[in-house]
Design a binder for this molecule. Structure first.
Ligand code: HXC
Length: 513
């Protein structure tokens, strides 16, 4: 009993320590923090209130009744981040490897339920060996209780998961069902089956890092949205991410104070190269339009042919989906469509207006894409944007070809404002390919087919490769000078503030998954 009291006293002493940030000095920068240090660092000084500190597990098998630890391997409670209420759980690897028992799960479920009731974000700091092996099905049931709550909370309160150690087996499915997953480089990993099982079943030799480390999931699988160099950076990234999103689906993100004065951005006029086939970096356009240094990119290293992320425009939080001509010429493919769709749906759930920047030559051709289901996956982005009822604005900077024109937030699928720069080319396809098809016979029978092709290509380009035909039909609301884009967007987002769309009565749509 004495040891239990000592244990409790120790925990109370730790919990009551003030100001996480100051206490965790620079020497921790590249080290793993303890669960409690993580909680204290993340939350505002003195704001943490722990719930369930005295909970212990109920297992008697394997002599477990002799090993009782208060809290049972997870710290749960609430506090504030920059004054905003959040609920938090942090798994403690020092207690049975942070493994999830029935009671450990009950603690997490309790704060999930409360977060949902009061409409506050929930943040999970994961560091766990998975299901508590000594508990068998009770721990599996505990996971399922959490998964069920993840789904009930989806689209109601923001759910953020940081992976700060192991996350293996079915445990990965809770983070996977939350809105954003962050991973710490070199000290976290996620996989459904570990390297040993992989070796047994497929005879592949792979390390935990290669199989499911932060770099694997940020570049290859897209499972993680953000990677952070160390624990402290990860906790800082959570704070930044949270600053763009509201408390729940009934609120909007609080606008930051902002003074107008730099609406005209001349540098934007210089970005598009004279040669329409020369790439440029869409980040330049994004940074040229938004409030200075306000871009927070999501999924930065995955499917780089599309850029998604949060930014502010005149203090207002927005989500950006933009083609990236620097990568695959900005073509849409399977991964970029899924990436764009997922981000769009998050923004729509949480009332974050969308800006779509378009420079897309079409969908990426090839057997690889067709066999991996570009039809179904491309449809996800089309569906997500068509479904979104938040304010939606499009700016076409250069190419908007074929089906990708429709998909990228065209007027036809419900965008509120569609602007185009004078450099925009809106057509069924590029002039070269178009000329080859529609003037096939003329080109073939010409004395100099190559010269004829060039002539017809120029003819087609002259007719279609501009924004004016679309503007004459009203598909483009206005052709604007690039330097005026920011000014136009500030006004447009402002007037769309009270946008209200009545949705048809149905249980839910059937997005092509
Ligand atoms: C009980 C566990 C545990 C677990 C670790 N420990 N995982 N106890 N249940 N799942 C304990 C260890 O016994 C050890 O206790 C302490 O935690 C630290 O573990 P180590 O192995 O010493 O640490 P390390 O070398 O860093 O290795 C970490 C690890 C490894 C890679 C996570 O422990 C591991 O492989 N654990 C099992 C992982 C696993 O298979 N989990 C089940 C996945 S299936 P002592 O007393 O020695 O300090 C799953 C299903 C979920 O989760 C399904 C949901 C639908």
């Amino acid at each position: 009993m004495d040891s239990k009291i000592d244990n409790l006293n120790q925990k109370i002493a730790l919990a009551s320590l003030g100001g996480g940030q100051e206490r965790i000095d620079k020497q921790h920068k590249n080290k793993k923090l303890t669960a409690r240090e993580r909680v204290l660092y993340l939350l505002d000084e003195g704001s943490f209130e722990e719930i369930g500190m005295l909970v212990t597990h109920r297992t008697t098998d394997f002599g477990m009744d002799k090993e009782l630890y208060f809290g049972d391997g997870v710290i749960t409670g609430y506090g504030t981040i920059n004054g905003r209420l959040v609920y938090i759980f942090a798994q403690d690897f020092t207690v049975f490897g942070g493994s999830l028992s029935e009671t450990h799960a009950e603690k997490i479920c309790k704060i999930m339920d409360q977060a949902l009731k009061v409409g506050a974000p929930i943040i999970g700091l994961n560091d766990s060996g998975g299901a508590r092996i000594q508990e068998g099905v009770r721990s599996l049931g505990g996971y399922a209780d959490i998964f069920y709550r993840n789904v009930q909370a989806s689209g109601v309160i923001p759910q953020l998961s940081a992976i700060m150690g192991p996350c293996a087996g079915g445990a990965v499915y809770s983070p996977a069902m939350t809105d954003f997953t962050l991973m710490v480089e070199n000290s976290s990993y996620m996989f459904v089956t570990g390297p040993n099982v992989v070796k047994t079943v497929t005879n592949e030799t792979v390390t935990a890092e290669e199989l499911g480390g932060a770099s694997t999931h940020s570049t290859k699988s897209g499972v993680t949205h953000i990677t952070s160099a160390n624990d402290i950076q990860c906790l800082e990234d959570i704070k930044t991410l949270l600053s763009y999103i509201p408390q729940n689906n009934r609120e909007t993100t609080k606008k930051r104070a902002f003074t107008l004065g730099d609406e005209i951005r001349n540098a934007l006029d210089q970005i598009i190269p004279n040669n329409p086939n020369k790439p440029y970096d869409m980040h330049q356009v994004i940074n040229g339009i938004i409030d200075n240094e306000s871009f927070f990119e999501i999924h930065k290293d995955f499917a780089q042919n599309i850029i998604v992320g949060f930014a502010r425009i005149a203090g207002r939080s927005i989500g950006i989906v933009a083609n990236q001509p620097l990568n695959l010429a900005g073509c849409l493919d399977v991964n970029s469509s899924v990436k764009g769709a997922r981000f769009t749906r998050f923004c729509d759930c949480f009332n974050i207006p969308l800006l779509v920047l378009v420079d897309v030559p079409g969908f990426l051709p090839g057997t690889d894409q067709e066999w991996h289901g570009i039809i179904t996956n491309g449809a996800k982005l089309l569906y997500a944007l068509s479904e979104a009822t938040v304010p939606r604005i499009t700016v076409i900077t250069r190419k908007a070809y074929g089906g990708a024109y429709d998909v990228m937030n065209s007027k036809h699928i419900g965008a509120d404002f569609n602007f185009a720069w004078p450099t925009a080319e809106i057509a069924v396809m590029g002039a070269k390919g178009a000329a080859e098809i529609i003037f096939k016979n003329e080109i073939k029978s010409a004395a100099n087919p190559e010269a004829k092709w060039k002539e017809k290509e120029a003819e087609y380009a002259f007719k279609f490769a501009d924004p004016y035909r679309a503007a004459r039909r009203g598909f483009i609301d206005e052709v604007i000078y690039p330097k005026n884009t920011r000014r136009k967007l500030i006004k447009a987002f402002q007037i769309l503030e009270n946008k209200d769309v009545l949705k048809p009565n149905r249980k839910h749509g059937n997005i092509p998954l």
